[in-house]
Design a protein around this ligand. Sequence first.
Ligand code: NI
Ligand code: MN
Length: 228
Amino acid sequence: PNMNTTFYGHSCFSVEINGYKILFDPFISPNPAASNIDVESIEADYVLLSHGHEDHIADAEAILKRTGATLIANFEIVSWYGAKGHEKSHPLNHGGSVQLPFGKVKFVNAVHSSVLPDGSYGGNPGGFVVESNECNFYFSGDTALTYDMKILGEFHKLDWAVLCIGDNFTMGYEDAAICADWIGVDKVLGTHFDTFPYIEIDHSAASQHFASKGKQLLLPATGETISI
Ligand code: NI
Ligand code: MN
């Protein structure tokens, strides 16, 4: 695989596939750890949202409006942005996939919760499997470790994954390493850690734990672009 990904802090990252820029879970302006990021400079052709929590969608509305990007999320979240006037979107629900110009996106299970910032029902939370001629990867969103992940390893040929590792609200890094094993990937971009006191982690312990399983945990600096 050969793909560039940029980490924007917390669970926000972008990838470029076949010339299209795909942004996931933008939470930048409220995140002190991402104060070095100029939200206005982020380009996007597609914005994918895993669930409705504020720490995954805070900057989505402004970015969608400025870029004219297509929103991909569950039906409830797409409808919520539709009511705000953003009609350029594609709704999914669990197990469903859509073929987009850059590749195929499938909405998959997550064990978590999902409510929108104004209290609206956010549908059920999910993750995404993205498959293209360039690279295949899984973004877990916020989730517990669940046996459903074994299905991903069985029926998808994944090159890498973006997994939550901060514990408390999601998988910790030990469960994320088990997930990586089940889905058959050796390279994991860690997300959802350090942003809040509840999810602070020991970076070297997390990296060493992955290394002890023969896997690599990528912890780029906020704003850093790395090649996968
Ligand atoms: Ni959440
Ligand atoms: Mn979260």
